[in-house]
Design a protein around this ligand. Structure first.
Ligand code: COA
Length: 293
């Protein structure tokens, strides 16, 4: 496809001007500042961006694929995620997005990805490419028997270089938080999601697990665990020293040694999947909010 006055570029994140132009497109389209990633080491190095740029270097359209290895029903799956899909209003309805989607899907198919995942509020856009909606569930846990408090947990700050180093190390070496459905490796989105939402607390337990959580005084939301071991829910609650009235777990709780029942999750966006591994995804499950992209 060739649109007069536009230049197609792929794999352009190495060019700081082009990255900045994409950040501006995403700021203008979604009001998010992806450039916050600069302080954490930049965008995901597995990113495969596809974009159109005008003669002034503005990014007018983009669609990015990235590697998001998953653990699904105990099996490691080579999965790709798709994000940063946007076209500037004056360039819409000319087929630019269709062109970028087709290029990205062709690339990941050629590279042998077994599963394609995306989050969207416009599922019709992707159904024609074989994506289907995966219903998600959160898990309401029964309060476990209290344990004796262990060594004190330590609140972490993304602004502290030492804390950031620990978080990155554990994200790099983490075990999947669930054997049923969880990312195996996804550092950049965890950091960006933590940064976007100031209510999220990151707490280190014994320097081998980081708990991502929020608590409003009554409900405790367990968002994710980035750890070389996965502590039980009882251990987490005693070490965080919280006694919630209600516990909502935002990932499949199969490794938490707790009783939990699923409830349908109604989010603003829907999780969609396609590919030969998509049929193996059996619910109930949810993608951790820290892995949202
Ligand atoms: C959605 C968006 C990316 C579409 O870009 P675009 O360049 O106008 O899309 P195209 O002209 O390439 O159209 C591609 C296809 O999508 C369809 N489409 C476009 N907008 C759509 C929408 N909002 N809902 C469903 N389908 C849509 C078109 O009909 C076309 O279908 P076809 O291939 O069968 O002909 C653009 O409107 C946009 O940036 N919106 C705001 C950000 C956004 O919602 N991004 C998607 C995040 S998941």
């Amino acid at each position: 496809m060739s649109e007069p006055g536009l230049t197609f570029r792929q794999d352009y994140f190495g060019d700081p001007c082009a990255w900045k132009a994409l950040a501006e497109l995403l700021q203008d389209t979604f009001s998010i500042d992806v450039d916050m990633q600069a302080s954490f080491g930049g965008p995901d190095p597995t990113s495969m961006p596809f974009g159109y740029f005008d003669s002034e270097g503005r990014c007018v359209a983009n669609f990015t694929a990235f590697s998001m290895p998953m653990m699904i029903n105990g099996t490691a799956v080579k999965a790709a995620g798709y994000q940063s899909g946007a076209v500037r209003p004056e360039w819409r309805e000319r087929g630019l997005y269709r062109d970028l989607m087709q290029r990205a899907f062709a690339r990941t198919a050629a590279e042998g990805y077994e599963l394609d995942l995306l989050l969207t509020d416009k599922p019709a856009l992707y159904e024609r490419y074989g994506f289907r909606i995966l219903p998600q569930h959160i898990f309401i846990a029964k309060t476990p028997e209290p344990r004796k408090p262990g060594p004190p947990a330590r609140q972490l700050s993304l602004d502290s270089p030492d804390d950031l180093r620990l978080i990155k190390t554990l994200l790099q070496n983490r075990q999947p938080v669930s054997a049923q459905f969880a990312v195996v490796r996804q550092k950049e989105m965890f950091l960006l999601n933590a940064c976007f939402n100031s209510a999220i607390r990151l707490t280190a337990l014994a320097d081998n697990a980081i708990i991502a959580w929020t608590f409003d005084g009554a409900t405790f939301w367990l968002l994710d665990i980035a750890g070389t071991t996965i502590p039980s829910l009882a251990t987490i609650l005693s070490m965080l020293d919280v006694e919630p009235e209600r516990i909502e777990i935002c990932f499949s709780p199969d490794r938490l040694d707790c009783e939990a029942s699923p409830e349908p999750y109604e989010g603003y966006t829907m999780l969609m999947a396609r590919g030969k591994a998509a049929d193996d995804i059996a619910g109930p499950f949810i993608l951790s909010p820290m892995a949202e992209f």
